[in-house]
Design a protein around this ligand. Structure first.
Ligand SMILES: [Zn+2]
Length: 461
């Protein structure tokens, strides 16, 4: 170990108890962004972070107002000639209910079996706190950072970051950087260190099939009028084949095919179809032919009905032709699909296949861009080296099937490559009762972050 790494370790060792006490203090603030009665708590969490950043020597610390909960900004920009990194995390948490399923009250942190249990223990307060503590340790032992850091801690992430894009647009000038690092992801199943390289985007829409003003008698009118529920079933069946292939013309046009290297990275992940089937109670994993389960859920687009309703739903029988039928449908998207384009393609296809005798309305309910940072990007490779040096093994490369809206915003609004450096254990129960963070991930992750800044500082610019 080098002298500086030694000093860092000594400092982190000496401050272990104080660090955990501060992590617990942060967790005790019920910063639930979705519930108006916790607005003051969100502000309190933002002020807590701002205070921590000021105390450790971060400059220009600002609790910035948005139309939602406040954002915390702070920077340290004295590493002349070194890269500048925008670090993102969020201090808001999901509502804790159902409360009675928690072993202890969700905002009373409990350490048990090497884990910190509390709402936000993993998502995302741990990771925000790790960044603060890593910065503290470097500044305390060296008096300076190897890279320039700009911190951005948000309070609306669990509400789709609804107010962030506008703030990013308005503050573009002070957010200039070489790279964004988002710490809001986790390790692979089995708590194996991983770097998330891709996230899927989304396009969400509603289909309303409208017939008559009121339900009709199916004996009197049946056979002579269009049935909106049948028509909707016909439309949905025309969207996706039984083999999982999406039938909308042009849907796959912009999809970047998987390279051999991509497929090798998927194949390297420890994963068993049979265990997956059993764990989730599936009769069989299904999906697009020619792809593995992990490829299907990480690197291929989807089309799924999220909800469907219309007509008689009560017990027994009622002989009607429903006046209308409705469905909510979403597509998960991969690079380089764009939500607006996909919405247009699906819309055109639905109108083309819609049966006669009813009116079809389609409403766009929103979308988000997919993102992918190449495995061989120098900043990704620097993260690989930092993880290997601290966790003692090469990280896996994973693609999340879900979305982190801010990731695409950093790419599209700020033009930054994004590295998703996250440390949550896959069994952390994020958004569920008894959320927990494995403390070894938290502790080693602090060392990884510190090491990552050193690795980035050595990259040629
Ligand atoms: Zn999160």
């Amino acid at each position: 170990m080098t002298a500086t790494a030694d000093a860092l370790e000594t400092y982190l060792d000496a401050n272990h108890d104080r660090r955990l006490a501060s992590y617990e203090e942060f967790l005790r603030i019920p910063s639930v962004s979705a519930l108006p009665e916790h607005a003051d708590d969100c502000r309190r969490a933002a002020e807590f972070l701002a205070g921590e950043l000021r105390t450790i020597g971060v400059e220009h610390v600002d609790v910035a107002e948005t139309r939602g909960h406040p954002l915390v900004y702070g920077d340290w920009l004295k590493a002349e000639g070194a890269p500048t990194v925008l670090v993102y995390g969020h201090y808001d948490v999901q509502p804790p209910d159902p409360i009675d399923e928690w072993v202890k009250a969700p905002f009373e942190p409990l350490i048990r079996d090497g884990r910190m249990l509390a709402r936000g223990a993993a998502d995302d307060k741990a990771q925000v706190h790790m960044h603060v503590r890593a910065t503290e340790a470097i500044l305390a032992t060296r008096g300076r950072l190897p890279v320039n850091l700009k911190f951005l801690f948000e309070g609306d992430e669990e509400m789709s970051s609804a107010h962030l894009d506008q703030w990013l647009e308005e503050n573009r000038a002070r957010l200039g950087a070489d790279l964004a690092v988002i710490s809001d992801t986790g390790f692979f199943e089995g708590n194996l260190p991983a770097v998330t390289i891709g996230l899927r985007g989304i396009s969400y829409f509603q289909v309303d099939v409208l017939g008559t003003a009121v339900d009709l008698h199916s004996g009197v009118f049946g056979g002579a009028v269009q049935n909106p529920a049948n028509a909707l079933a016909h439309i949905i069946a025309a969207l996706k084949g039984t083999n999982g292939r999406i039938l909308v013309p042009g849907f796959y046009d912009d999809v970047v095919p998987l390279s051999d290297r991509d497929r090798e990275a998927f194949a390297a992940l420890p994963f068993e179809d049979e265990a997956y089937r059993a764990e989730h109670g599936l009769s069989a994993p299904v999906g697009e032919p020619g792809y593995t389960t992990l490829e299907r859920r990480g690197a291929r687009p989807t089309l799924d009905v999220n909800g469907i309703w219309g007509g008689f739903q009560g017990e027994g029988s009622k002989t009607i032709i429903p006046a209308s039928a409705h469905a909510k449908i979403s597509c998960r998207l991969v690079v380089n699909q764009r939500p607006e384009r996909i919405y247009e393609l699906v819309r055109e296809h639905i109108l083309r296949v819609a049966p006669e005798g009813c009116r079809v309305e389609i409403t766009n309910l929103g979308g988000g861009l997919p993102s992918l940072t190449p495995m061989d990007h120098p900043a990704t490779q620097a993260a690989v080296r930092a993880i290997e040096a601290t966790f003692g093994r090469q990280p896996l490369f994973i693609r999340e099937g879900g979305s982190i809206p801010v990731c695409a915003s950093f790419e599209s609004i700020l033009g930054l490559p994004v590295v998703l450096l996250g440390f949550a254990n896959p069994d952390c129960n994020a958004h569920a009762p008894n959320e927990s963070m494995i403390l070894a991930n938290y502790e080693t992750g602090i060392r990884t972050i510190a090491r990552y800044w050193d690795e980035l500082a050595t990259l040629p610019r």
